[in-house]
Design a binder for this molecule. Structure first.
Ligand SMILES: Nc1nc2c(c(=O)[nH]1)N(C=O)[C@@H](CNc1ccc(C(=O)N[C@@H](CCC(=O)O)C(=O)O)cc1)CN2
Ligand SMILES: Nc1nc2c(ncn2[C@@H]2O[C@H](COP(=O)(O)OP(=O)(O)OP(=O)(O)O)[C@@H](O)[C@H]2O)c(=O)[nH]1
Ligand SMILES: [Mg+2]
Length: 454
């Protein structure tokens, strides 16, 4: 019998209402020890999804007015009997209600334990549970769309279709290998190759979604680079909507990397403002410049800033060389001043150019469009099946490798015995991906990423 657990399931912060969730076989008993209904009806009299008004009391003293909502097993989020007590949203009141519940026989839930029980009770698949984490953490519309789609099971369906094809093939293979004298139609090579190739292609397509998914979920790792004084920090501040970086007219103002997550429309950028790149004798600045170069080499997106109002320089020339093989949007800044820079040179060197004044808010809009185009964001469909994390990705890679092995084995004329082993290996990887065959350690790992109360 699973112990009855409880936790605050809303954010603990001053708010209108907070909710304490109690789940387990004894949820009604535990809740009834602290919740006193205003009318005659008790929690035990409630049908599922029925709520009662009353007070939360401890040792005869009223802590708060509250609403208790009853879910009867198996019809709840966790699949167990659940009582949700909604109280006033003060931090003190919420904690006091939780304490009363814990003193009445429930144990404090571990992070993710409600969702873990939902998984163990078959309410959610592992990939759906992982989608719940992503949904909670989603900061943009696309990130939340992507998580909602995975929660509705689009990834699970895709995985199942691959699994079913492989199971069918494996069954046919092993029947034929085990009972060669029976009337089982011979497995022909083209059937193996066809199935393995289709599954291989589908897994590859899924793996290709991983980077797009990361851009949506985690935001785009973006570095602002350029020679000193072009307005990098000014751009950072405009995008962050506050004075994040120090701005002066002295070249060499920024030395350390200044980081901030900013939302540009529906894009999430993890921005790094860096030291202006130039030759310098200042040791501190030298370090800043070398970190800027390193960030430039690693970032998913480079914003290369030029000062449109100053003469073309050696450093601008170098920036073109440094960004040549990087995904770059060129920014010609200070377009409120007369243009002096070498626009032709910039146009020859970059396929994505925006002219802005970093001091003006309108800069954000033009930049958003350019970035969307540069990273082909329009082509990302957040509702398509997508791999959502490293765990899923490494399972998909294992499946892909086994399938490549199947194809190679057939090509090299190996026995069907050997091929069968490889097909089964691929199935194993797929079952691990879907969560149908995972170790307890993996399950614990997945759910430990959750917050308390989920
Ligand atoms: N008050 C409240 N709101 C919430 C949640 C919650 O736990 N409590 N959820 C927490 O994330 C989400 C909703 N998740 C839920 C998932 C399943 C069931 C449920 O009762 N399932 C039944 C009935 C299904 C049906 O009728 O189709 C079942 O699975 O048998 C309830 C909430 C968002 N809103
Ligand atoms: N007229 C005008 N001035 C700007 C614009 N953007 C920045 N500036 C000015 O240019 C100077 C340098 O701006 P910063 O943002 O500090 O430049 P930076 O590229 O971060 O410089 P370093 O940190 O030294 O590398 C400041 O005086 C800004 O006010 C702009 O769009 N128009
Ligand atoms: Mg700066």
């Amino acid at each position: 019998m699973a112990q009855t657990i409880a936790a605050v399931s809303t954010a603990v912060a001053p708010a209108g209402v907070s909710m304490i969730r109690i789940s387990g076989d004894e949820a009604l008993e535990v809740a009834s020890r602290v919740f006193v209904p205003a009318g005659k009806k008790t929690l035990f009299d409630c049908k599922g999804y029925e709520a009662l008004f009353g007070t939360v009391q401890q040792d005869g003293a009223v802590i708060d007015q509250a609403v208790a909502l009853v879910f009867l097993a198996p019809h709840s989020y966790t699949g167990e009997t659940v009582v949700e007590i909604s109280c006033h949203g003060g931090i003190y009141v919420t904690r006091a209600v939780l304490r009363a519940v814990l003193e009445s026989g429930a144990r404090l839930a571990q992070p993710g334990e409600f969702t873990k029980r939902a998984f163990l009770n078959g309410k959610l698949s592992l990939t759906q549970a992982e989608a719940v984490i992503d949904l909670i953490e989603a900061k943009t519309r696309d990130a939340s769309k992507a998580a909602t789609s995975q929660l509705s099971g689009v990834l699970g369906k895709k995985i199942n279709s691959v699994k079913d094809q492989l199971l069918k093939l494996a069954a046919h293979l092993s029947a034929w290998v085990d009972y060669p004298e029976d009337e089982i139609p011979e497995v022909d090579e083209s059937e193996i190759v066809e199935t393995a190739q289709t599954c291989y292609d589908e897994i590859c397509a899924l793996l290709d979604t991983y980077d797009a998914g990361r851009l949506i979920r985690e935001g785009i790792d973006t570095v602002i680079v350029g020679k000193p004084n072009v307005g990098k920090s000014t751009l950072m501040n405009t995008l962050a909507r506050y004075e994040r970086s120090i701005v002066t007219d002295i070249a060499g103002t920024t030395r350390d990397v200044v980081e901030e997550s900013v939302r540009l429309g529906d894009l999430l950028l993890r921005l790094s403002d860096t030291a202006g790149i130039r030759e310098t004798d200042d040791r501190v600045e030298q370090i800043g410049v070398s970190i800027a170069k390193q960030r430039l080499a690693e970032a998913s997106l480079v914003l290369a800033v030029f000062d449109g109002s100053s003469d073309w320089s050696e450093e601008d020339e170098e920036l073109i060389l440094m960004t040549a093989d990087r995904p770059t949007v060129a920014i010609v800044n200070k377009n409120d001043l007369p243009s002096k820079t070498n626009m032709e040179k910039i146009q020859q060197s970059f396929d994505s150019i925006v002219e802005i004044s970093a001091r003006e808010e309108s800069a954000a809009k033009s930049l958003e469009e350019a970035i969307r185009k540069k990273l082909s964001m329009e082509q990302i469909d957040p509702t398509a099946p997508m791999l959502a994390n490293e765990r899923q990705r490494s399972c998909a890679i294992a499946a892909k490798e086994s399938l490549a092995g199947v194809l190679a084995a057939v090509r090299d004329g190996m026995t069907f015995d050997a091929v069968t082993v490889l097909v089964e290996e691929a199935i194993e990887a797929i079952l691990t991906l879907s969560g149908e065959r995972v170790t307890e350690a993996v399950v614990d790992q997945v759910f430990s990423n959750f917050c308390v109360g989920k």
